[in-house]
Design a protein around this ligand. Structure first.
Ligand code: ADP
Ligand code: MG
Length: 309
């Protein structure tokens, strides 16, 4: 951090501020923090050394006051601290509490890979989960039980959860809360909005990216498939996208979550069995349902619609 002191010295020389300098320094030497620091390091500092450190003391007081006033500082996110360095006074810059929290938040977000998901999941957390709506408590308890079990034995296979219930009860929010709790504990997860992903996959056919895009999802450590059944599914999406993902995850015993507006039974009868074209394929649907049942435990989520509009 030499730049500030050097620059200040040059500025003062250029502008012949030397008599103002005395005044300025008087304020600096009288500063309570500065006095406390000099007192604490009394044994190591003589008059001459304090004098030679004047630019550093000035830098410290100026930056500290700017930070307190919410003004632009030399190193945003960092706060100045006086230290002893090679028998002279120096200024060290330490991350502020806000900066530490921000960095922590950023590394948490990195562990949650969200694919085409609404932004709300970033803020989702168990701590802010409104459980005043008693109907939602069973889903919350199941989610908490899962995270406890997962964190206690991350190498074991843990069956995921299949949350279903009407629009706006907080299914997506709850998936986000689980992902964020896992991130806090150091585990990665991937959340994917299934209807949007299906569209992306169809577009990927043209440029031969189906396998690559599918791989990233199917191999995710913990996968959360959001809003399954929200859109009519083509036979191709059902068999080549959903079917492939579920088959892989079952064979590899990888934790998988779902959210849907429909129970597993409804999903089977109304969405998987009948394709967009109207073909009825009960055997294919049954086979897929076996995968669902293996991967996730069905939990109904009841409650009021919490969407703002
Ligand atoms: P669903 O996926 O069941 O349709 P969402 O998870 O999208 O519902 O939730 C609907 C709205 O309610 C969102 O705006 C979300 O932020 C809010 N919400 C849901 N659950 C909670 C909660 N536990 N605490 C605070 N807000 C919530
Ligand atoms: Mg949702």
């Amino acid at each position: 951090m030499d730049n500030i002191s050097d620059a200040m010295q040059r500025y003062m020389d250029q502008h012949q501020l030397n008599h103002n300098y005395q005044e300025l320094m008087q304020r600096v030497y009288q500063d309570a923090d500065v006095q406390a620091f000099i007192k604490a390091n009394d044994a190591d500092l003589d008059e001459q050394q304090i004098d030679r450190s004047s630019a550093k003391l000035y830098e410290y007081v100026t930056e500290r006051d700017r930070l307190a006033a919410g003004q632009q500082t030399f190193a945003p996110g960092y706060e100045p601290k006086l230290i002893m360095n090679n028998h002279l006074i120096d200024v060290a810059y330490l991350p502020t509490e806000a900066q530490i929290a921000k960095q922590k938040q950023q590394s948490l977000h990195k562990r949650v890979n969200s694919v085409l998901m609404p932004k709300l999941i970033r803020k989702a957390s168990f701590d802010h989960f409104d459980a005043s709506d008693k109907d939602r408590v069973p889903a919350l308890m199941a989610a908490l039980d899962f995270t406890d079990a997962y964190v206690a034995a991350p190498k074991d296979y843990h069956q995921g959860l299949y949350f279903y219930g009407s629009f706006g009860v907080g299914k997506t929010y709850l998936l986000g809360a689980i992902a964020n709790r896992l991130a806090e504990k150091g585990f990665k997860s991937t959340l994917v909005h299934f209807p949007s992903f299906a569209v992306e996959m169809k577009n990927a056919i043209g440029n031969n990216q189906v396998a690559e895009k599918l791989d990233a999802i199917k191999k995710a450590h913990v996968l959360m498939i959001d809003d399954i059944g929200a859109d009519a599914m083509s036979a191709w999406v059902r068999d080549e996208v959903l079917g492939v993902i579920l088959e892989y995850r079952m064979q590899s015993e990888l934790t998988t979550f779902f959210s849907s507006n429909f129970s597993m039974d409804q999903l089977e009868k109304e969405h998987l069995q009948v394709t967009q074209k109207g073909d009825v394929e009960p055997l294919k649907a049954k086979r897929l349902m076996q995968r669902f049942h293996f991967l996730a435990k069905e939990i109904e989520m009841i409650g009021q619609n919490r969407r703002p509009n």
